[in-house]
Design a protein around this ligand. Sequence first.
Ligand code: ZN
Length: 72
Amino acid sequence: MNLINKGNNFMKCTLCNKLIKDYSVEFNHLEINENHAVDICKDCINKFEKWQQAKIAKLFPTKIMKKIFNKK
Ligand SMILES: [Zn+2]
């Protein structure tokens, strides 16, 4: 009856240090290389995605993309 060692249910987010609910290796665990791995909660992943999407949107503004593809 060892509930504490039940596995991955008590992983903490590397970025915000909160406990990760419904931890899943597939979604929350990121291996950078042999020596570095991080666990990231959904909130941080969402923030990360929005942040990156904003960067990509700036890098590839739709108007410019349209010009490139409609010029031919
Ligand atoms: Zn987090």
